[in-house]
Design a protein around this ligand. Sequence first.
Ligand SMILES: C[S@@+](CC[C@H](N)C(=O)[O-])C[C@H]1O[C@@H](n2cnc3c(N)ncnc32)[C@H](O)[C@@H]1O
Length: 232
Amino acid sequence: MKARDWDKLAAAYEAEVCDIFVRDRRQVIARWLQARGLLRGRKTLLDLGCGIGSFIKKYGRHFGDKTGTDHSRAMLRIAAARCRRLKDCHWLQADAQRLPPALRDRGDLVVCSNVITFVSAAACVRALRLVVQCTKPGGRIMLIQPALESHDAVVALETGRTTPRRVQAAIVRRDDRMQRFFTREGAAALARAAGLRSVQVRKVWYPWIDEGITRVPRGHELPWDWLVTARR
Ligand SMILES: C[S@@+](CC[C@H](N)C(=O)[O-])C[C@H]1O[C@@H](n2cnc3c(N)ncnc32)[C@H](O)[C@@H]1O
């Protein structure tokens, strides 16, 4: 999707798209940030493809200098308004596939959530390499990636059809756009292909209603995204 398509989505985004930072009811993300000491010491934060600024709004007060980038001007405008009470916030229009050199080695933590979902596998690796370059050497990277196993479980529940197991990734149509969804293995492989170290992949569960499902048979695991964490 192009920047202008995201511009059109921006106004409805808060109501229509699952905000994983709010919907993470089991606090997997907050616990990871806390356990790594990232919520202390006013560290430098970059959120690449920040959308309407949800990560910065929720966690920004714990960080020092923080920058949200996005290619959509409309998203950035909403992000700046939602985070107006936070100090040391900067907003920058930038394409995640051509990040400006000024962002190099900048973040103690670099967040990139539900952005590296390009149809082309090579484009995903290229974009993640740029995310890595924006991280200080030894700094941390936090990605949220859509989970293919979760998508397949939702489809099975809705249609009764099971999908043969996929090894790394598949292209899925969601909200009228084609996106790359990753298996656990595929999410880890992407991170390693971009040269990351200490790669870990965890589930971040969100409510069924975010998949439009109101009745769920007992015993079904909640849907989830992958939280991929690593060090530069
Ligand atoms: C699904 S939203 C996620 C927003 C936010 N990271 C979050 O998790 O709440 C994807 C965001 O990535 C941005 N985006 C997609 N492709 C991009 C690109 N090539 N360069 C910069 N931003 C991009 C979109 O404009 C949108 O704001």
